[in-house]
Design a protein around this ligand. Sequence first.
Ligand code: N7H
Length: 489
Amino acid sequence: MTDVPADAAAQKLPLRTSTEIQGDILAGFRKDHENVVLLRFPDDAVSVRKWLAKLIPQLATTLQVAAFNTEFSTARHNLAGTDPIGLKATWVNLSLTYPGLKFLMGSEPFPDQTIPTVEAFVQGGFARAAINGDEGDSAPERWLFGKPDQPVHAVLTVASDSPQLLEVRAAELRVAAARAGLTVVFEQVGATLPGERSGHEHFGFKDGISQPGVDGFDRPDPQHPEQVAGKPGTRIIPAGDFVLGFPRKAGDPLPLPEWTKNGSFQVVRRLAQDVPAWWAQVEAARKKLEQEQVALPPDSGAEWVAARAVGRWRSGASVAHNPNAEPPVKPGAPDDNLISYADDPDGHTTPVFAHIRKTNPRDHFEPGHVVADTRRIMRRGIPYGEPFDPASGAGHGPDADRGLVFIAYMSDLAGQFEFLQQAWINNVGFPPGKDAGTDPVIGKDSDVTLKLDSKPEGTRLHFAQFVRTEGTIYAFAPSISTLRTLAGA
Ligand code: N7H
């Protein structure tokens, strides 16, 4: 008997059927409700291993999450863009911090700690605060979690379509953890904003548009194989930039131990957003442009200035394609993500300081996007807190807690997340020679230079930082088989 050929699609996209890689990394939970639970282990390793052994069968794999997401998208398409009511799932993933991993392994997990991603992971988010620009209001001593006196060993990422199902699952997980002697150090609930704000972050902009496509997971477009089919501008990046053990854009897989294969480094940050203050400074910037009599398109108000800061309008439409005004939303149209900066080297249309240009300069340096593609991260964030809307009463005012639960996966903490923070977002000199300033959405206080065709020498505008770091955890989401080994060790 000859071998039965495996499904052709699965052969070409083998990562879609991975039962090794945890589900949030490549497929993405994509849920409206999420809870990130930070756990501390007791001294009793036997008890922690028993807890882990019981948890493993409950962890969502890429196979499960990718299949669900496909079914959900198909149903949504058939329902003219509304959510299929009966199709719900609740997913759980587990990652371990360096102390957690070392405890379960019972020995040093990484023989070579000179590898930059290992060095960052071993030191953890608290020790790396200066690299990430966490100072002043964001200083790690002020954090709500991630400080040395509140050790975190494990991170549970729980996500669901319904807040009730999420809470039921979280409660079960809390009980199981408590029985084994684990303590909940911190919990951060996140939720998609309600109504028309759904899919938007607290400043008001649509989020989750530009993600890397992944080789072996996303189907390439037959005409443009460097992009994902049906998603113009979503470039396909080698899997090794997000999952250990695979080739990377920069070359060979990172030389990490075999047990890291199919795992991914995870960054969890709570980023508080001061919405009224950020918009007030956008208005102040608009006023300065008016005072200096800079010629702007007709009816340009604060929204026009804010769109320059982000690089997109609230709806997600790019400034690159819609420089003067926000276009009407076209239902069913693909995301506006086929963006080039090649004809806009000085940022007269999309400023070089714009958040989406700082964090992904695309073809700013060369047509092949090489510089930008080696620094991509898989973003899995979700807002927390109620929208800023003082008229809606308690919880909606300026002092209520709100922001972004920033979650990202990558293979190189130092070369991807930390590099973005240090070399691009907070670097006034990036991109070089443009007098750019820092990122006006998340970067440190600085002056940016807004250059326009009408005033190419630029206008200096001040942007202070109204996104505050309130905690950072570096963790590693191991493969299912590595977790099994850890549970049985
Ligand atoms: Fe950003 N924002 O509201 O302006 N982000 N971000 N981000 N971000 C993006 O394309 C935002 C943060 C990236 O490929 C959009 O999905 C806010 C950190 C990257 O074109 C919007 C916070 C880091 C991209 C925001 C925040 C990044 C991106 C446009 C914090 C990395 C894709 C929608 C509170 C360290 C760029 C989209 C590309 C897009 C906002 C944080 C990175 C609207 C409010 C910390 C790589």
